[in-house]
Design a protein around this ligand. Structure first.
Ligand SMILES: NC(=O)c1ccc[n+]([C@@H]2O[C@H](COP(=O)([O-])OP(=O)(O)OC[C@H]3O[C@@H](n4cnc5c(N)ncnc54)[C@H](OP(=O)(O)O)[C@@H]3O)[C@@H](O)[C@H]2O)c1
Length: 372
């Protein structure tokens, strides 16, 4: 991979806002390791320490990237802290900083969710860890049906008015949930969400059926995550003697510790005998050869060329992965025929994946679910 500093991205507006972002956004779930975590992601040997995370951030900026995505959840706050340390010696105004709130961050009944209390507390803690006084894009990490939506939206409005937050976004929603948010904002004069962060890749396309239609109607920009399905679409997991050869990587680590399959850590054994997956990989490998590119770049390019997409959130655990992924951002395209071929090969029976908002459901009795 070239070590030049040639810009490898294009820029676009985020949804119908005036905010301009690179078409590749740096995801930072891989910053920081936490051996005590229950998650195979944060215990993976490929998670990056502060020094390597800072090198990845530096290189991302050199290649033209300007948007960084994190969450108060990632590595139990270490991801935000790592970015905060890096921001101390970089120009804050060059960066569009996105973080999230919603996931449980402590054992208490008010340590999670989208209540006024938890959002304000989480925002203060994120600002402290990030060493900044504002968040560009504050996203609800998932739906919370234990809190009236108006309480959540009014709190976001207050944070915007108080200068702590510039724009709001959402993630892991169903179509009706996003539509309800847009309608309520409209009717009571509150800020709109400008983005929807959703898992979207050649193995997971359900959002096209519903959520992306709402985005298209309402002018919400899509921020796909998991474009490589945690590495499964990079081509590095190969089949030999009937099984998938274990290489290094988050998914190998997850399978070695018997971690249950999740959206960001799909179980490798589920794909061993999945003919449609291997057929897709074989077509992608051929396309990569034809373009002089890698399989990962084909997977990223397919997502990038979807009209609804504002910026693809990439993950990288090394400079080499980062440079490879960034090189999908501009300068070449998949043809219409190639896009059609990938569209056809990726029409599969998607396994039902539980919605994140259901996984984090409140343990308290909910008296009025979804009350306005
Ligand atoms: N809103 C949400 O609920 C949500 C959920 C998940 C993620 N996200 C966001 O999306 C970001 C990206 O998610 P993700 O990490 O799941 O994305 P992904 O693109 O599906 O997977 C990235 C992983 O694949 C491997 N990889 C990346 N580039 C590669 C390459 N060129 N060749 C081979 N392997 C490569 C790396 O892991 P190994 O080196 O370990 O194999 C890397 O960590 C996160 O950091 C986060 O910001 C949001």
């Amino acid at each position: 991979m070239s070590s030049s500093n040639k810009i490898t991205v294009e820029y676009s507006h985020l949804g119908r806002s005036g905010l301009v972002v690179s078409n590749l956004c740096l995801g930072t779930m891989t910053f920081g390791k936490n051996e005590k975590s229950y998650s195979a992601i944060y215990t993976s040997p490929t998670q990056t320490d502060e020094e390597n995370s800072h090198k990845i951030l530096d290189r991302f900026m050199e290649l033209g990237g300007n948007m960084i995505d994190t969450s108060n959840l990632y590595s139990h706050g270490k991801s935000e802290e790592t970015i905060g340390q890096w921001l101390c010696r970089n120009n804050r105004s060059d960066i569009v900083l996105a973080t999230k709130v919603r996931a449980p961050v402590g054992p208490g009944p008010n340590d999670s969710g989208l209540s006024r209390r938890h959002i304000i507390q989480s925002c203060q803690e994120s600002l402290r860890r990030l060493h900044t006084d504002y968040i560009d894009l504050y996203q609800m990490h998932a739906w919370d049906d234990s809190v009236p939506l108006e309480e959540t939206l009014r709190t976001f409005d207050d944070l915007i008015r108080g200068g702590k937050v510039r724009y709001i976004g959402a993630s892991n929603l169903k179509g009706w949930q996003l539509q309800k948010m847009m309608d309520m904002s409209k009717y009571i004069g509150l800020p709109y969400v400008i983005t929807l962060q959703q898992q979207y890749n050649l193995l997971r396309r359900e959002s096209e059926n519903d959520e992306f239609e709402v985005c298209s109607n309402e002018g919400v920009g899509v921020l796909p995550f998991g474009a490589l399905k945690g590495g499964l679409l990079s081509g590095k997991y190969k089949k030999q003697n009937g099984g998938i050869v274990v290489t290094s990587g988050r998914l190998s680590h997850a399978s070695s510790i018997g971690y249950k399959s999740t959206q960001s850590c799909p179980a490798l054994q589920n794909y061993e005998n999945d003919d449609s997956y291997w057929k897709l990989m074989s077509a992608m490998t051929q396309m990569a050869k034809n373009h002089g590119k890698t399989v990962s770049q084909i997977a990223l390019r397919w997502v990038l060329q979807k009209n609804i997409v504002a910026s693809v959130i990439i993950g990288a655990t090394s400079i080499q992965q980062l440079e490879e992924n960034m090189a999908s951002g501009s300068g070449w395209r998949l043809s219409h025929e190639e896009m059609m071929e990938l569209d056809t090969l990726s029409q599969r029976n998607n396994h039902f994946v539980q919605n994140q908002g259901d996984i984090w459901k409140s343990k308290a009795r909910i008296m009025f679910p979804n009350t306005v």
